[in-house]
Design a protein around this ligand. Structure first.
Ligand code: HEM
Length: 430
């Protein structure tokens, strides 16, 4: 077999230590770039996470993996994720995944999300009022996590009781850290049962949230989703949908504190939107469409520090890529971080330049913070709303500066500030 260049490293652990080290040091792309240079090749083999793995670098590799989903490759997660989350969208493949995703997408598409913008704005204002206002200093990362978790609980499951939110957050933390079955499964089971009864009695609406949506609507096979899969999918959404957003918000705060000229333009754009609204009026979908500059800034933040460094696929058959054979069963990795720091597509890679996103923006498959193809992020539009609404309220309300401008960001597996990103705060009006 003409296998790609590369080495498997140590028995069992392979090159996992180097792979993880470059993440913990805050540059997951380093592992990949070092090897691309060493082998002078945009594809190489290695062994990480206990598997033989081929890494496909750059837009060509991304396009290949995204457009061959279900044909030559299929989404792959380590077995620990399967054990934790069970049968649900992210652990299913092909037609089964398509059916789950179609059902979920009808809640997460732009038309459906329009209804949520006001609620997200209200909750964001409430969060800032409760946790930020009146403080001189705070640890931003933990409050952002709390905020995105609260949003997920409210919008996916209509949970507003702060004690229940705190309990679920605590359970969820243990679930992710210790890889233990979560007591939140039990809590979610009770909630799903309760909601089934409310829907039967018509005291809850099928449009109310994702939970109602999954209980009340049939899948492609004409059957209702089994209860256990509804619970797994709720866990799945919490898993995929709150740390990603809080990490991105943290990065936005960090980058903007270092870029006063960019922040000034963001403030100007957001002020114009506020000026066009009645006092106290909440943001609406149309307002978000006017936040073009702010979205370019957020995109550049995600280019420079991708919230998800990439993910994995498995070869369904033996196939050839760039003249090399990739054997069936081998795992494959696409890397957002390596793609986003490729100087061919992003000259002056280390310079923050939001104008890269003006006009037609980056070349196809070269900007992939949300992945691509059939397994592209389900929550992209939801995340866009969360991020823009938060940025709007943040710059309208506060001046901030970093307590430690040199604080490192480590990937574990998402970007995390090693000391929690302490910031000094002042009200914007002062
Ligand atoms: C800035 C925030 C976010 C980023 C950067 C992000 C990134 C990603 C990426 C890269 C993938 C694709 C993984 C792959 O190809 O294997 C993905 C998948 C997914 N995301 Fe997000 N995500 C974000 C927010 C969210 C939110 C808020 C939700 C929930 C509403 C969500 C739900 C999902 C789900 C369910 C999948 C799996 C889709 C599938 O397997 O077909 N994400 N996300």
């Amino acid at each position: 077999l003409n296998l790609p260049p590369g080495r498997f490293g140590w028995p069992i652990i392979g090159e996992s230590l180097e792979f993880l080290r470059s993440q913990l040091e805050g540059s997951p792309e380093k592992f990949i770039k070092d090897r691309m240079t060493k082998y002078n090749s945009p594809v190489f083999k290695t062994s990480v996470l206990g598997e033989p793995m081929v890494i496909l670098c750059g837009p060509v590799g991304n396009k290949f993996l995204f457009s061959n989903e279900g044909k030559k490759v299929v989404l792959w997660w380590p077995s620990s994720v399967h054990k934790l989350i069970g049968r649900s969208l992210i652990t299913k493949a092909r037609d089964e995944a398509r059916s789950d995703k179609k059902l979920l997408m009808s809640f997460f598409n732009p038309e459906a999300l329009m209804r949520s913008v006001g609620v997200i704005d209200e909750m964001t204002k409430d969060h800032l009022r409760t946790h930020w206002e009146g403080k001189d200093q705070l640890e931003a990362y933990s409050t952002l996590k709390r905020h995105t978790f609260e949003l997920a609980c409210r919008l996916f499951m209509s949970i507003t009781d702060p004690q229940l939110v705190s309990r679920l957050a605590e359970h969820f933390h243990v679930f992710l850290r210790e890889s233990l079955p979560s007591p939140s499964m039990k809590e979610l089971r009770v909630l799903v049962k309760q909601r089934q009864t409310e829907l039967e009695r018509k005291t809850a609406s099928p449009l109310q949230d994702v939970m109602s949506h999954l209980i009340a609507n049939e899948e492609e096979n004409g059957k209702l989703m089994p209860e256990v899969e509804i619970i797994n999918n709720m866990l799945n959404l919490l898993f995929a949908g709150h740390d990603t957003s809080s990490s991105t918000l943290m990065l936005i705060i960090k980058y903007l504190s270092e870029l006063p000229h960019v922040l000034e333009k963001v403030i100007a754009e957001q002020r114009e939107i506020t000026a066009s609204k009645a006092r106290g009026e909440l943001l609406q979908w149309e307002d978000l469409q006017k936040m073009r500059y702010s979205w370019n800034v957020i995109s550049e933040v995600m280019r420079m520090s991708a919230p998800i460094y990439g993910s994995f696929r498995e070869a369904l058959v033996d196939f050839t890529y760039e003249g090399y054979t990739i054997p069936k069963g081998w795992k494959l990795h696409w890397s957002a971080c390596a793609t986003h720091t490729d100087p061919t597509y992003y000259p002056r890679t280390l310079t923050f330049d939001e104008s890269r996103f003006e006009g037609s923006g980056p070349a196809p498959y070269s900007f992939v913070p949300f992945g691509g193809g059939p397994r592209m992020c389900l929550g992209l539009e939801f995340a866009r709303v969360e991020l823009l609404v938060f940025l709007h309220n943040l710059v309208e309300g506060f001046h901030w500066s970093l307590v430690d401008p040199d604080e490192k960001i480590s990937y574990d597996p998402m970007p995390i500030p090693v000391k929690g990103l302490a910031i000094r705060l002042r009200p914007r009006d002062s």
